[in-house]
Design a protein around this ligand. Sequence first.
Ligand SMILES: Nc1nc2c(c(=O)[nH]1)N[C@H]1C(S)=C(S)[C@@H](COP(=O)(O)O)O[C@H]1N2
Ligand SMILES: [Mo]
Length: 325
Amino acid sequence: MLVKIRRGWERPEREATDESLFHGRREIVKALGLGTLLLPATAALLAGGRLARAQAGDDPTADLYPVPRDPRFTLDRPITDEMLATRYNNFYEFGSHKEIADRAQALRIRPWEVRIDGLVEKEFTIAIDDLLRRMPLQERLYRHRCVEAWSMDVPWSGFPFKALVDLARPLSGAKYVFMQTQADMETMPGLRQSWYPWPYIDGLTLAEATNDLTFLVTGAYGKPLPRQNGAPLRLATPWKYGFKSVKSIVRFSFTDKRPVGFWEIVQGQEYGFWANVNPEVPHPRWSQADERVLGGGRVPTRIFNGYGEFVAHLYDGMQGEKLFM
Ligand SMILES: Nc1nc2c(c(=O)[nH]1)N[C@H]1C(S)=C(S)[C@@H](COP(=O)(O)O)O[C@H]1N2
Ligand SMILES: [Mo]
């Protein structure tokens, strides 16, 4: 028997979210700006915010931030309020809903090692602090478009994926790289949902990984990355749906076989390998024509999420592939 499990982000986000909760939060953010009286919920949120900031303060790479902004990557809409981008998350290891930020504080981000293996000159493991201090850190303003049809605009800090590929020295036979998330039973309650194919992985072609736009994120809003956003290292491929951007990465594996991502295993008809944003290709169960910007209104979605000039050429001659789902 096929058991149908309802997952939050199988539904358009306006159905999946408790709108009153969401709008309530927007009111709170506004109230904060105006300095008006605090609701009990606000106090809780603030406590959470303090917690997240305190934890980020513990990060041994905190001295690296803020990093210089790369002016090539800007936005034509406002940066999402930090409170929204860091309190409204998808991180199924901590639960299959958006309110995981507090739980995610359990994630142990040190010691943290990153394994580079597969088709490389020499496999190795590197401590995250050694890696971050070797990489050319910069800030980029990127759009983020979730397949659930919500989006945000975030100042990420990090380094080009290409710099990691140069460090890894893949063999000529390597055609893909996949990334794997930490899987720790003790701190990640979502892992007890044993019907999911943990650990979370997803992959890119090497041509995608070395594209200018492909970014490994180590920070946000001028500080080390909060745990709920995928500390200490997560991917950003802003022309693809958000599920490709693997969080809390412990492994990069180079391979000659196309990797099968976490959501592709769960429901391959709906979440494919390419997952490039396209307003004209609906998800089998909802439209992708527009999106709700966190803290803003609905806006039309753009092909490749507006990044076609950087990435469209990657897909020349690939019309036979399901490039957009
Ligand atoms: N390990 C892991 N990575 C993940 C996810 C996840 O559940 N687990 N969710 C993905 C999805 S669907 C999105 S939209 C983004 C959300 O990132 P954010 O919480 O920083 O907005 O993370 C992606 N990376
Ligand atoms: Mo997503």
